[in-house]
Write a protein that binds this ligand. Sequence first.
Ligand code: SF4
Ligand code: SF4
Length: 69
Amino acid sequence: MKGSIQIDKERCKGCVLCIDFCPEDCIRLSEELNLKGYFVVVFDDGKGCTACRSCALMCPEVAIEVSKS
Ligand code: SF4
Ligand code: SF4
């Protein structure tokens, strides 16, 4: 199954838990700051997201939504 995620940048606190728990290495830390001053994470669509939802389940800020495609 192919998937993608949407990250709410203003909720993200750059804790990188989602990066640690993504089995497909689809998420990375960017150099972009949100309004609260945290570096936010971004999704890499080319890495084979399977819509497993690990990232969304681990995010303490509920900043990630997963879509199946
Ligand atoms: S787990 Fe949530 S708050 Fe932490 S870096 Fe990922 S999206 Fe941001
Ligand atoms: S849904 Fe799974 S594969 Fe897709 S970005 Fe999140 S943890 Fe990675």
